[in-house]
Each structure stands twice: as C-alpha cells, then as structure tokens.
Design a protein around this ligand. Structure first.
Ligand SMILES: *Cc1c(COP(=O)(O)O)cnc(C)c1O
Length: 358
C-alpha cells in the first residue's frame, strides 16, 4: 500500500515527479544541467508572474531552513535592524537565526492562537529604526495564515523591507509580489510545489540583494554568490541535481494543473472535506476556518485520545499525520492535504477518520 503523507512536507509524490528524480545522471558542469537550472529558475518566477528584470530565483541545496537562513543573512546589510514577528515555532526560528548571526533585531511576540495585533506592529515600526521586517507567511505550527498584505502595507508606511518565510505557502497561497517593499521570500521544493526534499530557493528582488550584506555573513549561504554564478550558467557548489530534475517536472505539473490558484482551490476543497468529517465526529479545529491556510489545519486532540493513538491507527490505514509542535505538542494534531492525493486516497481517508474517531 502506498503511504499517503499528510504531514507538512515532504509530500506524496506523483509518479511523474518520482521518476523524473532518477531519470538522468547529470554532471553539474555540463550544458544539459545548466539548461535545466535556467528553466527551473525561470519557471519559479512564473509561478507568481514575477518579472525577470526585477526578480531572481536562486536555487540552493538544503531544506527550507537553508533558504530561510540564506535570505536572512544575505539581504539585511551589516547595519540593518530587523523586526521579527513571532507567533509560532517558525517565527522563533527567524529570531534564532538573527541571534546566531549577530543581526540586530527585536522580536515581537504574539499568542499562537490569536491573530497578529497589527497595532502593536505599527507601534514597533514607528520610530523603531527598522530596515527590515521578517515574518512567516503560513505559520505551520498552528496552520495560521498571517496577513502578509497588511504587513507589507505597514512596512511601506514605515520604510522597512519585508522578508517572508513562504516555505509552506509558496505555490498555494497569495503572496504580495507586487508590493514594492517585498524584498524576498524563502521557500522549498518539497511542500506546495510537490518536489522532493533537498532543494530550496529564495525569490529575491535583484536590487535588494545587490545592496545586501557585505562582506557576506556565511560562505555557503551567500545568496549573492549563488545568484552571480547561476546568472552565468554556473554553480558555486555541487547542486542537488536529482531534486532539480524532480522540481522541473513538478513545476510542469503545477502549470498543467492550472497554477497556484488551482492548487489553492484544490487544497481548500480537500481540507474542507477533512474538516467536515472530523467535525461530525466532534473533533474541533484550533483556529476558525478563515484564519487557517488551505495547506494545513490544526485540530484539538479529542478528550480521551492521545496523539499516539490517532497517529498509529491512521498509519494502519496508510496515512501519516503530524503532531503538534512546541508548546502546543500535547494539545494538537495536524493534517496537511498537500501532495499528490487522489480522489481514491480522499475516500479512504474519510473512511479511516470515521473508523478511528467513532
Ligand atoms: C517546513 C517549514 C520550514 C522549513 O523546515 P525544514 O525542515 O528546514 O524544511 C520553515 N518555515 C515554515 C513555515 C515551514 O513550514
């Protein structure tokens, strides 16, 4: 039986993507690889219609955190001051990265279950001397979709640039690329884009990266170096060639399926079916439906059932779910409906839910 991954990445792969990953042995210093690299970079820009003049996709090997750390260390200059929005594990990760690299920052902490209090963000930005605001788009800890369009407006009013962790939203949620203050977003191949793990990327405004950190804060994470080499059909280090092959195919499938809007609609439909099935068994969501992303929904553990019980019983049916994270670990379980999930998989999942929660 094929395992269906309902964790927030890696995802269940389509047959096409799985095969593409092992479809060729490519030397990364040959023209065949550089054609592939250029096509994938171009296709990444096209997911949200970003112009080639202003934007660049920079591919690098590593998990989503690699892209996040590369973005946060490469774009803010040596005298930058960053405001960090924290309302979950991934917001805390941004602050931790800034701390490790000695980037001047202030963290604004919010409850994990309530929406961001934008009045507090505005207060902090007013006279705070911040050059950058860094935030998570979809906070996967709780499934909350943070209102990044609103954050972009506040940044615009206060002269700060916006850096987004879009790792679990790129390809399925609206991202304000037309806002002049959005400087970059970090994302990964193996979440909403349905590629394989080991490859991530940063979509950056060329001008924002050109005025980034000098000297660089890191060797491997120096996005300006990766960009310079990739623009010249080269690569500074050995790339994750097989993951690039897989992402090439995954991006083709995304395009054929109707792009990110269609993926958004599909995730929304699947998440709604799961939510209704669980609700009919008395299982409540952590957040109101409107506050959640289409990618992942967090549910409260029902009385008398532990995460381990739910996990193990669903796994017997072939479905892998995800535990709560951080301080919510004892209260939650999470279900994501990313990946190549078929109609048949969904029917079986609904039957499994009925059986496990009866
Ligand atoms: C998955 C995820 C990451 C990166 O996690 P990795 O394990 O490094 O891939 C970062 N931010 C968010 C919001 C995520 O969901």
């Amino acid at each position: 039986m094929r395992a269906i991954l309902l964790n927030p990445g890696p995802v269940s792969l389509s047959e096409g993507v799985r095969k593409a990953a092992v479809s060729a042995d490519l030397c990364h210093r040959e023209p065949e690889y550089f054609q592939l690299q250029a096509r994938v970079r171009q296709d990444l820009l096209e997911v949200y219609g970003c112009s080639e003049q202003d934007w660049a996709a920079v591919l690098l090997g590593g998990s989503g955190t690699t892209a996040l750390e590369a973005m946060l260390t490469s774009l803010p200059g040596r005298d930058a001051r960053m405001l960090v929005i924290e309302n979950g594990v991934y917001g805390e990760r941004i602050a931790r990265i800034a701390e490790i690299h000695g980037i001047a920052f202030e963290a604004l902490q919010f409850g994990w279950i309530e929406p961001i209090d934008f009045a507090r963000v505005e207060d902090a930005l007013t006279g705070g001397g911040f050059t950058h605001l860094a935030a998570v788009h979809h906070e996967t800890t709780t499934g909350r979709l943070n209102d990044v369009a609103r954050l972009a407006e506040l940044c615009e009013a206060h002269g700060a640039e916006l850096l987004l962790d879009a790792v679990s939203s790129f390809g399925a949620e609206a991202i304000p690329f037309d806002s002049p203050v959005l400087a970059a977003c970090a994302a990964t191949a193996n979440k909403c884009l349905h590629g394989i793990p080991g490859l991530c990327f940063v979509l950056t405004r060329r001008s924002a990266l050109a005025s980034g950190a000098q000297p660089p804060r890191s060797l491997y994470l120096d996005l300006a170096l990766w960009l310079d080499k990739q623009d010249q059909d080269s690569t500074p280090f050995t790339p994750s060639v097989n993951a690039v092959l897989a992402l090439d195919k995954a991006l083709e499938e995304l395009r054929l399926q109707g792009g990110w809007h269609a993926r958004h609609a599909r995730y929304t439909k699947l998440a709604g079916r799961v939510r209704r099935a669980l609700a009919s068994r008395g299982v409540e969501t952590l957040l109101p439906a409107d506050d959640s992303s289409c990618v992942l929904v967090a549910y409260r553990l029902p009385d008398g059932m532990t995460y381990a019980t739910i996990h193990d019983r669903l796994k017997q049916w072939g479905f892998v779910i995800y535990a709560g994270q951080g301080k919510l670990a004892a209260e939650l379980f999470r279900i994501s409906t990313m990946g190549d999930i078929t109609h048949y998989d969904m029917e079986r999942l609904l039957a499994a839910i009925e059986s496990v929660f009866q």
